[in-house]
Design a protein around this ligand. Structure first.
Ligand code: SAM
Length: 243
């Protein structure tokens, strides 16, 4: 698929929720990219569905028995590493496009000797579309996604109907999509789009936001938001189990 159609118009593929910033890698991050990415990274391959039972160590009768949580846009990996340390019986896939963040997370995986984390450096939308099997994820975590504050950039927000449908398809029954943001306008946008979903149910008794669950780490983006006096909004939606 290309970024332009035959008339030269932009296609939805070209609207990305990120801009690749040319952040410089520290020397340690560069070394991690070279030495650790082959160990803990998964190459993007649009023709290859992930097989969690061969990716992760914990197996029973050849199948992964541990749940898989997938974090989109993990930044420097603070939450990812913290969750992976606190929940050793859960497997984690972290997706991020920003190379210094990927390098930093790789260093953390190595120094904490984590065996339950894999990293994919690629657009999460494409990873979900092409590499994640249907009904395979126990949680999809989206913490403090870029808010794209200007109206003309709203189309870049990752939370769109297409994203919600895609995530709903990849969650196992009972699985949860958890989004958090400190940007009220984006929280309201997420709420509107998620409430409209016929595939996911809001976990909030009030039909709005939830209390912060204990698995969500307080990341640096959240701390920055708190310093600016922002509230934080957690949205948790479950895929119903068949009755
Ligand atoms: C505002 S930062 C938040 C980082 C982290 N979740 C935190 O709370 O500290 C958003 C991150 O999402 C990443 N990102 C945005 N869209 C993405 C996509 N489609 N696939 C992978 N990463 C993405 C960006 O590169 C950026 O690092």
């Amino acid at each position: 698929m290309t970024d332009h159609d035959t008339q030269g118009r932009l296609t939805s593929r070209s609207i990305r929720s990120f801009v690749i910033r040319n952040g410089r890698l520290t020397k340690a991050q560069a070394v991690a990219m070279q030495n650790l990415l082959p160990l803990y990274g998964i190459d993007y391959n649009e023709d290859q569905l992930l097989d969690f039972s061969s990716l992760f160590e914990t197996k029973s009768h050849g199948k992964t028995v541990n749940p898989v949580w997938l974090e989109i846009g993990f930044g420097n990996g603070d939450a990812l590493l913290d969750m992976a340390s606190r929940y050793p019986d859960t497997n984690f896939i972290g997706i991020e496009v920003h190379e210094p963040g990927v390098g930093q997370a790789l260093m953390g995986i190595e120094s904490n000797a984590l065996t339950n984390v894999k990293i994919i450096q690629h657009d999460a939308m494409e990873v979900l579309q092409h590499m994640v099997p249907a009904a395979s994820l126990n949680r999809v975590l989206l913490f403090f996604p870029d808010p794209w504050r200007k109206k003309r950039h709203f189309k870049r927000r990752i939370v769109q109907t297409e994203f919600i449908e895609l995530v709903a398809n990849k969650l196992e029954p009972g699985g949860v999509l958890h989004c958090a943001t400190d940007w009220q306008d984006y929280a309201e946008w997420m709420l509107e789009k998620l409430q409209a979903s016929e595939q996911l149910d809001n976990n909030s008794a009030t039909g709005t936001y939830c209390e912060r669950p204990e698995w969500r780490t307080n990341t640096r983006f959240e701390q920055r938001g708190e310093r600016l006096g922002h509230s934080v909004f957690d949205l948790l939606y479950s895929k119903p189990r068949p009755t």
